[in-house]
Design a protein around this ligand. Sequence first.
Ligand SMILES: Cc1ncc(COP(=O)(O)O)c(C=O)c1O
Length: 445
Amino acid sequence: MSNTEETRKTAMETLALHAGHQPDNDTLSRAVPIYQTTSYVFRDPEHAADLFALRDFGNIYTRLMNPTTDALEKRLAAMHGATGCVATASGMAAITYTILNITSSGQNIVAGSNLYGGTVTLFTHTLRRLGIEVRLVDSSDPANFEKEIDDKTRLLYTESIGNPRCNVDDIDGIAEVAHKYKLPFVLDNTVSPPPLFNPFDHGADIAVYSLTKLIGGHGTSVGGAVVEKGDFDWTAKNKFPEITEPDPSYHGVNFWEAFGNHSEAVAPGLAFVLKLRTGLLRDMGGCLSPFNAQQILLGVETLPMRAKQHCANAQKVAEFLARHECISWVNYAGLPDHPDHERASRLFRHGPGAVFGMGIKGGTEAGKKFIRSVQLCSHLANILDAKSLVIHPASTTHQQLSEEEQKQAGVTPDLIRISVGLEAVEDITADLDQALRKALSDDSG
Ligand SMILES: Cc1ncc(COP(=O)(O)O)c(C=O)c1O
């Protein structure tokens, strides 16, 4: 069965277990093996030359591709109904390469301001050093993106659900603005992968992921991915010469002619990811290890079930916290008083993820006591592990942001971020309850 046939006919739960892999004829191994190899033997000099020239697809060197990683890439693409995917060493590598793939010094991108802290530092410091300007806007209104677009803009960027404010923006509206200016819309969908949300049903052209979170799901492996929907017209307004003109770094390959979304292409709809793989992955080297690819594939196998259960648990925990006397506010878009509740209910039928913020009465000091008092929940800097996690963002994940940037990201001193795991809800709420009570009692440490 080809990938396209699987995508068209097969349910998400089945794709998560089967897409992108069939037992090989040599070993008949059912699980995807870990191909722990750097390189692959060429059948003959012609075969080697064809692979290097992209006339034939196959394995050359694990920095560029690997059979274990390939199964993960194909599976993620199938679960999105997308044409292609490149896995990377981390979510940050996926974001960095996506932007560098089509943006150069002197150009700019327009991005929502309420992003993961590491993305904000990449955008405001590292990309700036490379001469790329990132214009951060309040993402709650698509018009704010439009105001910042000029002829040097190369893409629009935001996240599907903000962390930890749990804001749900008008994703379709932002995509419309991007397409009005013939620009691709890149969405970081880390916190709501399919089946929670498919960015390509809402106008995104490229989805980026930290696989480290819900997709891997078990807190064992760092990884990232770039998924290409496959129907973007990269020829528009001659804005993307990296893709539409002969590539001098790859003996003149024209990615649009060979892999663009048109009938003459050898493999249509892969222009963006193939340019990224053969350019940035080759030159900058942030590839996923085969071991991590296999760990993450195990996560993908149960992703549909886990994702829904995370959301169901998060809804109950949020409702519990909203009623709790030690809590002053809860920012979960599954609650009716969240400003984006109505949109979240429309876009996320299983629930708006499992990461949200809450304000503890007593502010910073009570927050620290709470963190010290949790027993079941783990205090660490990750989200969407199978286990429940808590953190105080102002002093940790968002510490490197300026006060103004923290404010833009919704990070207040009393904020506790929770990532609701898969434990029994009664056990999660019992732990939160005892820690909250200790935090607000006079005698706790
Ligand atoms: C939304 C989001 N995007 C990207 C990243 C970066 O991913 P990684 O840690 O895999 O580099 C994170 C990490 O927390 C994240 O939460």
